[in-house]
Ligand binder design. Structure first.
Ligand SMILES: Cc1ncc(COP(=O)(O)O)c(C=O)c1O
Length: 487
């Protein structure tokens, strides 16, 4: 039977090492007078069949004091006593990375690479959520969201949580039990939206694409709407599982024509793909901070247009989620925008600070210029992928997103490629869509992405392909990307 006595910075705990008894009458310590170095460490263990044992080990005190986090192991076995000291390894700090060169380029479809200014805002001393300077920042971020979503009459919500919370907020506030909802389904995240709508009691119909990588035909969507009775129509602008983009403008027009509320999941599109929320008649659009909006994960960002807010105010039943309920959040958003403090749940102060910095950068670039930069870099990247002989999940160019690319592995190459690309300094993501998961990978190119990021990524993919044994002329992809960028 063995017992361990642990000292953790002066705190003491006991535990049996082999599921033995808890020692009765156990005491360990005190560690006396750490400053005076005259302390005595005492450990007492009483166990079945083992008499009370008392040790005086003055020399160990030095270790306790200097190491601060040392485990003393007292072993009592076969009548012999052994006392050993060991550092507790799990608490050793991990290797810190100090140089930029040690960093890999993060080219997954979110989180993405963030600007130094955004990261600096994350590292600022956290202020009170009702401090005047934070109120100003929060208020300004809300105003800027309207500009980024191009929805001048929208009501913005900034709430701590991921993109899935934004989906939840949309469904919880807009649908009531027995409402009919149409989901224009392009993959994984459309399925999730359908599940969330159902959770709030909606009766959900999916209009699906005929194959993975395609979008449902507008005629099919219209045929469903013609049957009537739908309160909402939800669609994923860019489905991150397939890199497919739907025609948000056309769906907005259909929504207006048939009098349904349109919900645009813009988690992989807002601030990367063109969205004119108000002009296109989109009633609610949302995203998450970690994608093209360029802020570390943790914020759900929603902009609801006037028809969506009216539908919320006209609800007959209470919202089925306490945290997502606009009844709680609307007064807070209105107050901050009017530069008054308010409280429902503590806002993520640093994330909101970083959000305001990023929104400022986005608006400084200009929305049209930003959309154009995404198109240009996307064309260069996709030209490289095509030149390397890789097919893509989107079945034709018109349904391929600008914010990410989903190439199929070429013949003879599998997901080991991701590791090789990572060794070459760039992190890309594996497949997500259940039907094809192991046949493709995904590369995000959104937000603060630059030409040199595109070239570095193509270069790393080439090196990975070479390592995987794929036969091609090294430099083919890079030449195609360079060519597209020089046009
Ligand atoms: C289109 C889309 N919708 C919703 C989500 C869910 O967002 P989150 O992972 O932040 O919860 C994602 C995540 O990648 C997404 O790409």
């Amino acid at each position: 039977m063995a017992q361990e006595v642990e000292e953790k910075g002066g705190l003491t705990s006991h535990r049996g090492t082999r599921g033995g008894h808890n020692p009765a009458g156990r005491t360990a310590g005190p560690v006396e007078s750490a400053q005076g170095r005259v302390g005595i460490f005492q450990a007492s263990v009483a166990d079945a069949g083992v008499p009370l044992l008392r040790l005086r080990c003055a020399d160990l005190l030095t270790t306790i004091v200097t190491a601060g986090y040392t485990r003393l192991v007292l072993t009592v076995a076969s009548g012999r006593v052994r006392l050993t000291k060991r550092p507790i390894l799990p608490n050793k700090p991990q290797k810190e990375i100090h140089t930029v060169k040690d960093r890999k380029l993060l080219m997954i479809p979110g989180p993405i690479e963030f600007t130094p200014e955004v990261l600096r805002a994350m590292g600022m001393p956290t202020t009170s959520h009702v401090a005047p300077n934070f109120i100003e920042v929060f208020g300004e971020a809300l105003e800027r969201l309207r500009e980024v979503f191009l929805c001048p009459h929208g009501q913005p919500f900034v709430i701590s949580g991921s993109g899935s919370l934004a989906m939840d907020i949309a469904a919880a506030n807009l649908v009531e039990p027995e409402d009919k909802a149409l989901v224009v389904n392009t993959g994984y995240f459309s399925d999730r939206m359908g599940a969330i709508l159902e959770r709030y009691g909606a009766i959900v119909t999916h209009v699906r694409a005929h194959s993975v990588g395609d979008v449902p035909a507008l005629e099919d969507v219209e045929a469903a709407l013609k049957q009537g009775g739908y309160k909402v129509m939800a669609f994923t602008h860019v489905d991150t599982s397939t890199a497919v983009i739907v025609d948000a403008r056309a769906l907005g027009v259909l929504g207006l024509e048939y009098g349904v509320l349109t919900i645009l999941d813009g988690v992989c599109s807002v601030a990367g793909e063109e969205i004119q929320q108000e002009e296109w008649g989109i009633d609610l659009a949302f995203t998450a901070s970690q994608k093209a909006i360029g802020v570390p994960p943790g914020l759900a960002l929603v902009v609801a247009g006037p028809r969506a807010m009216d539908a919320f105010h006209e609800r007959r039943s209470p919202v089925g989620s306490y945290y997502a309920d606009w009844t709680n959040w609307l007064p807070v958003m209105e107050a901050y925008e009017a530069r008054r403090p308010s409280y429902f749940g503590t806002p993520a102060v640093n994330l909101i600070w970083a959000l305001n910095v990023s929104l400022g950068q986005i608006l400084e670039e200009g929305m049209q210029a930003r959309f154009q930069r995404h198109r240009r870099l996307n064309q260069a990247f996709k030209a490289a992928i095509a030149a390397l002989g890789m097919d893509q999940v989107p079945v034709r160019a018109e349904v391929a997103a600008n914010t990410l690319t989903a190439p199929y592995y070429p013949e003879g190459v599998d997901k080991a490629l991701l590791g090789y690309v990572s060794e070459a300094g760039v992190i890309v993501a594996g497949g997500l869509h259940g039907e094809i998961r192991d046949r493709y990978f995904r590369v995000g190119h959104m937000g603060a992405v630059t030409e040199s990021d595109i070239l570095a990524t193509v270069g790393a993919i080439e090196r990975g392909l070479l390592r995987a044994g794929y036969k091609f002329d090294a430099g083919t992809g890079l030449a195609a990307a360079q060519d597209a960028l020089s046009r």
